[in-house]
Design a protein around this ligand. Structure first.
Ligand code: FAD
Length: 389
């Protein structure tokens, strides 16, 4: 009898799993059901561009109907509320689904580290809807300034100088001067801060490239406050550990991620930040019928002794491995261990600038790095069948 495979989340990991399993399996092997809260796939790696107004929502939203057209994949638009691993059931907002195999690929949530007021008084950058809120809010700050010209309206703070924080700062460094000009406001009145608790920006990145990024961003007016934790946030005020208070209407928090609360509530074994521990085949510990992949899981890099960072690159590779292992589980054949193939990483610094590494050691910067980043998006669109069909 066909096995029922339920995939939760149509992000990078879940969508790739569904598409690859559909390719591998013949009719009668399995029924593939993909559940997502929206009827579109979000290009989360481009959210910073949307938040700063460089791209529209339409540019980074791919209708799932187009991706799944002609495929043997049933799509359900619904919100996952809970997983009952004993009963082998998933509770959605409007129905209960049973499964033979479950794939949990629900992504991650913002981590606020218990900092008072941070969750309540900051924007998060985890979805297209949140990126839209940031974009509209920033435009409103400029528009409001004419009627009530207080400096906090033109002071913009990004908390966190990891990958996504720096990419957002880079986009804002390009967008804010244009907004100032459009609104006929002298740019000297606009302030853009990037606050980071760690002693350097882009922790873990090559130091020489970090200096290039710092120089590029500083030359476009970014003020870095590095090694300075945010300790409290209240409406209009960001309190820093060094005693400084930044008066601002806009704090975007990108400083940490944690696993999905649904995974934690279901009682899967997790690390302290809520990401599920998985075996070498990406199955939840003690549950051979449940795969947990992408940002929702935690895999150690034995070479560095640190966990792999939550990236789309790894989520996509996990999706491919998971599909192969689901198929092997259904057919009773040999499964493949998950071994990431790190292709390098490139952080954009705004329009036409970026830094990064290709493979393990080739450093790249400037326009070429920016094009490499663009090409990785194109490769992804080809993988999910949206171009070069
Ligand atoms: C601004 C920014 C820039 C980034 N840039 C890069 C980059 O350049 N390169 C890179 O490799 N990584 C980058 N990342 C990280 C990358 O986007 C994530 O690692 C990646 O999205 C993880 O993929 P995923 O499939 O695990 O989760 P996601 O892509 O987050 O997908 C999760 C899916 O689950 C759905 N979902 C969640 N909860 C529910 C629910 N309760 N019910 C139903 N559906 C639900 C969501 O709507 C979503 O479709 C960036 C992240 C950000 C925020």
């Amino acid at each position: 009898m066909a096995k029922k495979v339920v995939i939760l989340g149509a992000g990078y990991a879940g969508l790739v799993t569904a598409l690859k399993l559909n390719k591998l399996a013949s009719a009668g092997d399995c029924e593939i059901i993909l559940v997502n809260k929206h009827d579109y796939h979000q290009m989360i790696t481009q959210l910073h561009e949307s938040a700063a107004g460089a791209k529209s929502d339409r540019d980074i939203r791919i209708p799932l109907a187009s991706v799944l057209k002609g495929k043997n994949i049933k799509f359900i638009k619904d919100t996952v509320e809970a997983i009952d691993k004993q009963a082998k059931q998933v509770k959605l907002k409007s129905q209960v689904l049973s499964y033979d195999y479950l794939v949990v690929s629900l992504g991650s949530e913002s981590e606020y580290f218990g900092i008072p007021g941070l969750k309540e008084y900051s924007f998060s950058l985890k979805s297209i809807n949140q990126a839209r809120l940031i974009r509209i809010h920033i435009e409103k700050c400029f528009a409001d300034y004419h009627y009530d010209p207080t400096p906090d309206k033109l002071t913009f703070v990004v908390g966190g100088a990891g990958f996504s924080g720096i990419e957002l700062v880079g986009e804002l460094a390009d967008a804010l001067p244009k907004l100032a000009e459009e609104n006929n406001i002298p740019y000297e009145r606009v302030k853009l801060y990037n606050v980071e608790a760690a002693p350097m920006i882009l922790p873990g990145f090559d130091e020489e490239l970090v200096k290039v990024a710092e120089h590029s961003l500083k030359s476009r007016g970014v003020n870095f406050l590095v090694g300075v934790p945010i300790i409290r946030v209240e409406p209009g005020k960001v309190h820093l550990k060094n005693g400084e208070i930044i008066e601002t209407q806009t704090l975007v928090w990108t400083g940490g991620v944690r696993g999905s609360q649904i995974v934690i509530d279901a009682g899967f074994e997790t690390e302290p930040r809520g990401r599920a521990k998985v075996d070498e085949y990406l199955r939840a510990i003690g549950h051979e019928d449940v795969f947990i992949i992408g940002d929702s899981c935690f895999v150690m890099n034995e070479e560095t002794g640190r966990p792999y960072p939550p990236t789309a690159q790894i989520a996509i590779q996990m999706g491919e491995n998971c599909a192969a292992n689901l198929y092997a589980s259904i057919k009773g054949t040999q499964k493949e261990k998950f071994v990431p193939n790190l292709l390098g990483s490139v952080a954009s610094l705004g329009r036409k600038d970026a830094i990064g590494k290709v493979g393990k050691s080739l450093k790249t910067k400037g326009w070429i790095a920016y094009r490499i980043k663009d090409m990785s998006q194109v490769r992804y669109l080809a993988k999910i069948g949206m171009i070069f069909k």
